[in-house]
Structure formats: C-alpha cells, structure tokens
Write a protein that binds this ligand. Structure first.
Ligand code: ATP
Ligand code: MG
Length: 380
C-alpha cells in the first residue's frame, strides 16, 4: 500500500479545530504531511495548549485517516503548540508609563488563605512555559510567600546600572522574574508596615526595578480589600484582576467584595474572571472520586451571578501544597491533571487579557489627592 499525500490532506480537510472556524488544512494548522509506503507523518500546530485538546486532535486525525484513507495506515502525529499572540501593550498611561511592561494582572481574593499565591505562582510558570515573558511582584505586606514558592527566599535582588541609574534586579527562577516585599524583611520578624511605607516599598519595586520587557507582570495581592489595594491601584494601571475563591460561602462573600472593589466607578479595573481553588478533593487511590468538601461549584455560580468569566478550577491535591512548600510550583510537573488545570486557567486569562485590550479602554491609575477622596473610594 502506498499512501497518497493528497488523499491524506483531503481527509484532514474534514476536521475542524474548535474555535478556528476553518478545517485544519485551510486554517494552516497542518504544517506538513509526509508519506512513505503505508506510513504517514502529520505535523500540526495548534493554539490550544491543553493536554486534552492535543489528545483530542491527535485521536481525531488517527481515526479520520484510518476511516477515510487506509485502515492500517501507520500514523505519527507531531503536535506543536503555538503561543497565543502577545496581548498588545496597554500600560502607557499619562504620567507614569512602565516601559517594557505590557500587562499587569492583579491576583486578589477577599478572604485570606484561599490560594492566591499558589494560583499566582502556577499561573506564572505556566505563562513562562507558553513562551511569555513573566514577572511576579509579591505585594503581600502581611505574609509574603512568593519567595518560598519560587525557592528564592535566601536570595536578594542585586543592584544593576540601567542608563546611569541604579536599579533593583529581580531574582529569577523557572523563567519567572520575582520581586517580593519579603526580600526586605527578616523572615521571622513581624513587620508592621504603615500604609505610606508599604506604598513606597511597592513603588520602588515597580518603578526602580529592572524588569526588562515583560508580557505579564502578576501582582500577588494581600488578602482583603483595604488601604494597600487602594495604594497599588493608585500607583499602577492594572490591566485586569483575577479573583480567587474557594467554593464555601464565607470565601464567596469576600470574593464578591473583591470583585466589587475592582468594579467600582472610581477604580474601574476589569475583572478578568474568577478561579475556583480547592474545588474538590480526590484521593490518589480513588482518582475518579471527587469530594466536594467546601461545597460544589460555588465560585462558578458566583461568576455567573456577577457576570464575570469563570476561568477554571483547581482541585485540592496534596502535591500542590507540597510543591508550594518546597518552592517548585506544581504546574511545572508535566503531563499531570494539575498541569492541565493550570493550562486551562492560564489560557483563559490570556484570552481575557486579549479581549480586554481589544475592547475596553486603558485603565488609568486612579488619582486620589485628598483623604475625603480616599474614604469615598473605600466606602462605596
Ligand atoms: N489546590 C490546593 N491544593 C492543596 N493545597 C493548596 C491548594 N491551594 C493552596 N493550597 C495550600 O493552602 C495554603 C494557602 O495557600 P496560599 O498561600 O496560596 O493562599 P493565599 O490566598 O495566598 O493566602 P494569604 O491570604 O495568606 O496570602 C498553602 O499552604 C498552599 O500550599
Ligand atoms: Mg498569599
């Protein structure tokens, strides 16, 4: 049996990659087809990075060629994932542009301990794996945990000279640049930051740091909706916010407040969506059993109620906690359900950023000049 390249292409033309509208040959997803005797190699490039999408596409190609061309064809499919187009820069605002930083995404919650830092760290490494240039700024003045999660707690940013000015060089691990308020405090010392001190430190980490070119700067915010959030939004044109919640009512109520904070008129930061963390527990020995310890789909329903996108869910998995503690975010472990969960969430975040940059006006850093203005913003 000698396979014919054109027949293979005709068969592939019956497959449409979800979201592309056209069949995979006309859309350009099929980049090469080589045949020899009864063997065929198909090279394709797809935009969807999830393991599930890759598997589904591969299975569809195998089935179609076997059905339409030759049932005993030996097929090899090489799938390359194309990094989505880099969202266009939107942060050049009047007064304080941040040169080189295209998008600033704040990760917030409302309630503490729901997994903001865990989500931030895993989002960051997943973005880096997809080929984006990523930085994380740990703005949690109460409990900075990013240095531990990236295994850089004992490092300190060096000073570098950029155009005659001395700047702080973020430390780097797993392809992610990191700065944290934790680098400037002693680990076991409780630090009582006064608002202005915290603002000053954060401002320095943003404007006096040599971040270089970044597609995304992720901000790990402290829990709550307080002064520190306000000063960050005063200082920075935030592209959008990701709100993390667990499914239980107490966390949802606080997540709602978090969403409301970003959406109020005087702040107006687009909410990119809600992530449901600790969505369910699955024991390793019973992988099909899901236990909804904190209730089922609470954050998903909240997203529907508030009409903001639902970005995806992360189960409670012991290895996520362990990975955080040893400083190697769990999403770095390839071919696992955790990697897949974070790939879905990350892809959704990127999609929302692209949508937001195409459809909404740029965020301006809010300007609050008087205490009256300040309390008005807080009270609303
Ligand atoms: N999906 C998960 N599965 C297992 N453990 C998790 C998961 N998400 C978070 N954790 C663990 O829960 C704890 C709290 O998570 P994390 O520090 O990310 O929360 P946080 O919202 O940043 O907290 P804080 O409000 O104190 O900043 C950590 O020990 C973390 O490893
Ligand atoms: Mg945290």
């Amino acid at each position: 049996m000698k396979l014919n390249k054109q027949e293979i292409l005709n068969a592939l033309k019956t497959i449409t990659v979800p979201g592309e509208g056209q069949n995979m040959v006309d859309s350009g997803a099929v980049t090469n087809v080589v045949t020899f005797a009864d063997e065929v190699i198909v090279d394709i490039t797809i935009k969807n990075p999830s393991l599930q999408a890759r598997k589904k596409t591969e299975v569809e190609i195998l089935q179609t060629i076997h059905r339409e061309v030759y049932e005993k064809a030996k097929i090899k499919v090489n799938i390359k994932v194309e990094a989505p187009a880099t969202p266009q820069p939107k942060n050049e605002i009047k007064g304080k542009p941040i040169p080189g930083i295209s998008n600033i995404v704040a990760v917030a919650s409302g309630k503490g301990g729901v997994g903001k830092s865990t989500v931030t760290a895993n989002l960051a490494v997943t973005l880096a794996k997809m080929g984006f240039k990523v930085g994380v700024l740990d703005a949690d003045i109460y409990g900075p945990s990013i240095p531990i999660m990236f295994d850089v707690a004992n490092e300190r940013p060096l000073s570098v000279n950029v155009d005659g000015k001395s700047k702080m060089k973020p430390v780097e691990n797993y392809g992610v640049k990191v700065l944290s308020i934790g680098f400037f405090t002693k680990p076991d010392q409780a630090v009582i930051w006064r608002g202005p001190m915290a603002s000053k430190a954060l401002n320095q980490m943003i404007f006096d740091a040599a971040w270089g070119d970044l597609d995304f700067l992720l901000l790990d915010l402290p829990p709550g909706t307080g002064d520190i959030h306000l000063s960050i939004m005063q200082a920075l044109p935030i592209t959008g916010a990701v709100v993390v919640s667990t499914p239980q009512n107490v966390a949802l109520a606080d997540a709602k407040k978090g969403v409301a904070m970003f959406q109020q008129d005087s702040i107006n930061v687009p909410v990119l969506g809600i992530v449901e963390n600790m969505a369910y527990f699955t024991p390793e020995e019973l992988p099909t059993n899901k236990y909804y310890i904190f209730g089922q789909e609470g954050a998903k329903h909240l997203a529907e109620d508030l009409e903001v996108p639902f970005l995806g869910e992360v189960p409670i998995v012991q290895s996520i906690r362990e990975a955080g503690d040893v400083g190697r975010p769990a999403a770095l472990q390839t071919a696992t359900p955790i990697e897949e969960a974070f790939e879905t969430i990350t892809k959704n975040v990127v999609e929302q950023v692209v949508y937001r940059n195409e459809n909404l006006p740029e965020t301006e850093a809010i300007k609050i000049t008087t205490m009256a203005g300040c309390s008005a913003v807080k009270k609303k």
